[in-house]
Ligand binder design. Structure first.
Ligand code: DGL
Length: 267
């Protein structure tokens, strides 16, 4: 098959990467997407970097067997833990996009004085955001808060209502996040609760997430390599490593249409 017409592989621990997939599908309607949610190992945010690297290597191997021209690591925990090792093993076979670099670049271009970041424990512990941001904006204060309950809560469909509201308000009221003027949603699950986060701040804090900025980066890289697909009718494939009802329900709710989920037991 002509290389440009080959699919883009996207993966995350669960539904979070769908926020990125949707942004890519909207921006690039001729691209075919193969989505893999590693629901058997969700949440990634509580796993060690070694475990996340092991999962990522195996998933990417599968996606490359499907002839993907590009792999989007639509997960911050996997982007921070495994991007380097994935490049080391597979960079000759496909283009790789992580979700950290586009978000850091977008934040560095703003005029923030104190920037907050919420993410999984795995992402915060790697310190990757701090290091990347220091290179671009050494004077900018960046405070990171692990918010480990958010991804499993969203995955279970707790998005509207008292439980999610209480959890979210407790995290966002943390003393370290006081006086911020920008907040990075450094977990691909969090755009699903972005309206609730915006409500909390009433417009006083600018919120950035990794949906549109990653889709732009995907477009830019494909364009630079002459690999943008043309003329295809989108026919995306969605796989999960463990089929769960809550995943299916939340996916449909979020994606806004029927999504045929296939169980793919790669473990
Ligand atoms: N959506 C993922 C991230 O961006 C992982 C959430 C999780 O599985 O803990 O980090």
């Amino acid at each position: 098959m002509n290389k440009a017409q080959r699919p883009i592989g996207i993966f995350d621990s669960g539904i979070g990467g769908m926020t990125v997939a949707r942004a890519i599908a909207q921006r690039l309607p001729h691209e075919q997407l193969i989505y893999f949610g590693d629901t058997a190992h969700l949440p990634y945010g509580d796993k060690s970097a070694d475990a996340i690297r092991y999962y990522a290597l195996k998933i990417v191997k599968y996606l490359l067997e499907q002839d993907c021209k590009m792999i989007v690591i639509a997960c911050n925990s996997a982007s921070t833990a495994a991007y380097g090792v994935l490049l080391e093993f597979f960079k000759e076979q496909a283009l790789f996009v992580n979700v950290v670099d586009p978000l850091v670049e977008a934040a560095a271009a703003e005029n923030f004085s104190k920037l907050g970041l919420i993410a999984t424990k795995a992402t915060v512990h790697t310190g990757v955001y701090e290091r990347q941001m220091k290179r671009l904006r050494p004077e900018l204060e960046l405070v990171s808060l692990p918010t480990p309950l958010l991804a499993p809560m969203i995955e279970e469909g707790f998005i509207h209502g008292k439980i999610s509201q209480t959890v979210l308000e407790t995290y966002l009221s943390h003393p370290s996040l006081q006086d911020i003027d920008g907040l990075l949603l450094a977990c691909t699950h969090y755009p699903l609760i972005r309206p609730q986060i915006e409500n909390f701040y009433h417009g006083s804090v600018k919120i950035l997430d990794s949906t549109d900025v990653v889709a732009q980066s995907v477009e830019k890289q494909l364009q630079a390599q002459g690999l943008l697909a043309t003329g295809n009718e989108a026919n995306h494939r969605f796989y999960v490593s463990d089929h769960t009802d809550s995943f299916e329900k939340t996916t449909k709710l979020f994606y806004g249409r029927d999504v045929h989920l296939e169980h793919l037991p790669i473990w």
